[in-house]
Design a protein around this ligand. Structure first.
Ligand SMILES: NC(=O)c1ccc[n+]([C@@H]2O[C@H](COP(=O)([O-])OP(=O)(O)OC[C@H]3O[C@@H](n4cnc5c(N)ncnc54)[C@H](O)[C@@H]3O)[C@@H](O)[C@H]2O)c1
Ligand SMILES: [Zn+2]
Length: 356
């Protein structure tokens, strides 16, 4: 199968390679962007068991010295403590600024290894090898890295663009179904933002058959926003479609619901509110609900508007402030809608009610 390459323009340009069988060519692709060196390969326990050996063997073949580091899988590992152990490991093996870190795994691995790369010796190069759909289409591209604090998720981090991103679509074959679906929500988000081709694939429920194109189109869209607004002070906020309400659902559920699932609920709610405010084309919400359901994603939650508001307000927002929401004008085109935070409750109410 051919490799699709998406170029990302940022403070440091790089390519995202998407294709089948890339893992066993890791060494060759790294060799194209970096001289042989020592490579700390960071992976969680699940992914390491499946793919670490392939990556290490391929790197060794091309003359790289490999140093595997594993941590327990799961968001609970995304802490300064675990990163501290990672940094000690890297320092004890005397990596220098001409060496490399490889993040082999989902968004948790990418965020942690990226943060280690951003901070070790004030920054060394790293490569992203995403193994979840969410990591492939979202977290591995764009340079945001972070860890969680007890006070909240992703509160400490840095912008650090990778040297390249290698996305082997075969790794998705071992993903638990709900983890795959979680990534679909972010792809549907790109569709709602601007992609008729993604909307078509997800309407037909054929994402798996077209997965390389799904990833390539999603990455192309993300890369476009990153090129325009690398440090997230402007248009990159369009990528937050479904996220203001989605984060509120996530927090209200005490993180028992997966992120992408909450984003699906958030997109449906903001679309419904948009229709009732006359900002969103009638019928958009019904069409979006069908797309989400076709792909096994939830479209509603039982939490009250009051409970969701409380969670939304705990997210650094204050009643007197303005908040910019992203909402669909129709499927494939979105707009910003800035309101005082005090209006958020009525928007949540409009988003929840099913009767128009
Ligand atoms: N930096 C960014 O721009 C950005 C963007 C979106 C999300 N994120 C972060 O990404 C994280 C979520 O990412 P995620 O959903 O990939 O989580 P994850 O990394 O925890 O992966 C989900 C689960 O799938 C397993 N897994 C990964 N690849 C597998 C494979 N190929 N086969 C079998 N199992 C596999 C993992 O071990 C884990 O149990 C969150 O921490 C979020 O904050 C960051
Ligand atoms: Zn998201």
């Amino acid at each position: 199968m051919s490799i699709q390459t998406i170029h990302v323009t940022a403070s440091r340009d790089y390519d995202v390679l998407i294709g089948s069988g890339l893992l066993k060519e890791t060494g060759k692709h790294l060799r194209a962007v970096h001289a042989p060196c020592r490579v700390a390969v960071i992976s969680d326990s699940n992914v390491a068991a499946l793919y670490m050996d392939t990556v290490l063997a391929s790197l060794k073949e091309e003359g790289f010295e490999t140093l595997p580091f594993r941590f327990p899988a799961g968001e609970r590992s995304k802490t300064l403590d675990v990163v501290s152990g990672m940094l000690d490991f890297i320092a004890n093996h005397h990596l220098t600024r001409t060496d490399l870190i490889v993040a082999l795994g989902g968004g948790v691995t990418g965020d942690m290894a990226g943060f280690a790369a951003a901070t070790y010796l004030r920054g060394i190069d790293y490569v992203q090898i995403p193994t979840t759909l969410l990591a492939a289409v979202d977290s591995s591209v764009g340079g945001k890295t972070a860890v969680d604090l007890r006070a909240g998720k992703n509160l400490v981090g840095a912008f650090k663009q990778p040297l390249c991103v290698l996305c082997d679509i075969d790794t998705f074959d071992t993903l638990p179904e709900e983890v795959f679906r979680d990534g679909c929500a972010e792809c549907i988000k790109y569709g709602v933002l601007e992609s008729p081709s993604l909307l078509k694939i997800f309407s037909e429920g054929t994402a798996k058959e077209h997965i390389a194109d799904v990833v390539a189109e999603s990455v192309r869209i993300k890369a476009d926003y990153v090129a325009k607004d690398e440090f997230d002070t402007g248009v990159r906020r369009f990528l937050n479609l479904g996220h203001t309400i989605g984060h509120a659902v996530e927090r209200t559920a005490k993180y028992s619901l997966m992120h992408g699932h909450c984003v699906a609920i958030g997109m449906v709610m903001i679309s419904r509110a948009g229709e009732k405010l006359g900002l969103t084309e009638p019928g958009t919400t019904d069409a979006l609900i069908r797309i989400c359901e076709t792909n096994g994603l939830p479209v509603s939650c039982d939490y009250s508007a009051e409970a969701l508001l409380e969670s939304a307000l705990s997210d650094k927002k204050r009643r007197g402030e303005q908040i910019t929401l992203i909402l669909p004008k129709k499927l494939g085109a979105c707009m910003e809608h800035t309101v005082p935070v005090s209006e958020l409750e009525s928007i949540l109410r409009l988003g929840k009610e099913t009767s128009v």
